[in-house]
Design a protein around this ligand. Structure first.
Ligand SMILES: *Cc1c(COP(=O)(O)O)cnc(C)c1O
Length: 447
């Protein structure tokens, strides 16, 4: 049965905390749970959780009292609990797991800046989060207080952006940008807005989910100076959608910030089409558009969260057509080794010939679409959009194998490798048919 209203929860242990404290994000941050004693106040830990929490070199644990209160204390398999409380599975070694599975460090022209796609960059602005996800893709740097970015790192990132006119979209991530000191975040946004070729700024943040109290009117007022600004949150399960999250998202959308959601497909948490359907329905109700559903990355310590790729395809099959198009995310596999996000979906085209394509719909109804007998295509030679393009999509390219597992297509016209760091982009096969590949930057336009 569909929920009618979203609810607030507070673990009994916190019942006597005055609302002014509970609703204050600074209180939430400074009262995060991280030890066996802390957790014992709100739930009964399993032996596996106690073992993990007692391990010394574990990826950082910290959970806001608000988020911990969403856990059902009587359910050791609670989907929120699994996302944030470590178990012994995390300390088992896994083969095939990688420290930097997306090869982000190799695509960094300056520390913290990942330039993998032609027109947009990922800017890692902090290593801190409001709470820590056990399957974190960036656990190699995130959570470590000694791995902070400095002002000179920010300056180097900004300098790269000023000199790189093909970048029109900057995605702030980390860590969580909304945990930055408010003044510092504002300065960063202002510096980015001063760069004329940067059209949109995006923030990837789980703060509204872990600590919706942080989404104050003051924060929204600050953010809305920097439009067009977009924000993606990260919700994996319908139980995370509370009254507080609903209010935080309402404030953000009223500040003119379009909201999206990125979730990760996680075994035992949301690897079920019914859970996913409820999740996307609840998200669109709070005006958050499902954006990506990620296949779990090959992260050390997160092997127990992985599902077969087929599970994601099955979920997409169960959403598309069955529910509002607005509620359907794109399922993506982020290519190990640094190939970027690759969309994966059920096959709807059964065959294609010169004159007809055979398709099936979500109910397995098969249909044939007759192709036109004549087609007068658009003329690029007289088109102003074609003549002043910054980036040409859909080029043909050369297929090759990268060291590691990924295949890359190097589009024609992409000569320069972004990889300035390791020189690790080498082909496995020594065939002269295959040129050295990588994701390159578009050729500089001749002025
Ligand atoms: C995900 C990502 C982006 C943004 O990709 P979109 O598909 O545009 O959302 C940009 N850079 C890097 C390195 C990324 O991982």
């Amino acid at each position: 049965m569909a929920k009618t209203t979203f609810i607030s929860k507070r673990a009994p242990y916190y019942q006597d905390i005055p609302d002014e404290k509970w609703d204050n994000w600074r209180w939430q941050l400074s009262h995060r749970l991280n030890s066996v004693e802390d957790f014992n106040n709100i739930l009964k830990l399993t032996d596996s959780e106690i073992k993990a929490l007692s391990a010394t070199d574990l990826f950082r644990v910290d959970i806001t009292p608000y988020f911990a209160s969403l856990i059902d204390p009587n359910d050791p398999d609670d989907p929120i609990r699994k996302q944030v409380i470590p178990t012994a599975s995390e300390i088992q070694p896994f083969t095939g797991m990688m420290e930097d599975s997306l090869a982000e460090d190799r695509h960094s022209p300056v520390p913290g800046l990942v330039h993998r796609y032609p027109d947009r960059v990922l800017m890692l602005v902090t290593t801190q989060c409001a709470s820590y996800c056990r399957y974190c893709t960036r656990s190699r740097i995130v959570g470590d207080p000694t791995e902070q970015f400095s002002r000179s790192d920010f300056e180097a990132q900004l300098e790269y952006l000023r000199k790189t006119p093909q970048v029109r979209d900057v995605l702030l991530s980390g860590g969580d940008p909304l945990t930055l000191a408010p003044k510092l975040l504002e300065q960063l946004l202002r510096s980015l807005r001063e760069i004329p070729h940067i059209e949109i700024i995006r923030i990837g943040s789980r703060v509204p989910v872990f600590m919706p109290q942080r989404v104050t009117d003051e924060l929204c007022d600050m953010l809305q100076q920097f439009h067009p600004l977009w924000l993606n949150i990260h919700v994996n399960h319908p139980n995370e959608i509370s009254k507080e999250l609903e209010i935080a998202c309402d404030k953000l959308t009223r500040a003119g910030i379009p909201l999206g959601n990125q979730s990760v497909l996680l075994a035992g948490v949301n690897d079920c089409v019914n859970i996913q359907r409820q999740l996307v329905h609840d998200l669109v109700r709070i005006r958050v558009r499902p954006y990506y559903l990620y296949q779990c990355d090959l992260v050390e310590g997160a092997g127990h969260f992985r599902t077969p790729v087929a599970k994601g395809i099955e979920i997409m099959e169960g959403l598309r057509g069955h529910t509002s198009g607005y509620a359907v995310p794109t399922f993506v596999v982020d290519a190990p080794g640094g190939g970027g996000k690759i969309p994966v979906m059920p096959n709807y085209m059964l065959s294609a010939s010169d004159h007809k394509v055979v398709l099936r719909n979500y109910e397995a109804y098969v249909t044939a679409y007759e192709e036109p007998t004549s087609y007068e295509p658009h003329d690029p030679s007289t088109c102003e959009f074609c003549s002043n393009k910054r980036f040409e999509a859909g080029q043909s390219g050369v297929l090759g194998l990268l060291e590691g597992e990924s295949m890359f297509i190097k589009p024609e016209g992409f000569d320069e490798l972004h990889n300035r760091g390791g020189g690790k982009h080498r082909l496995r096969a020594d065939s002269n048919k295959w040129k050295p590949l990588g994701i390159g930057s578009p050729k500089k336009e001749e002025e």
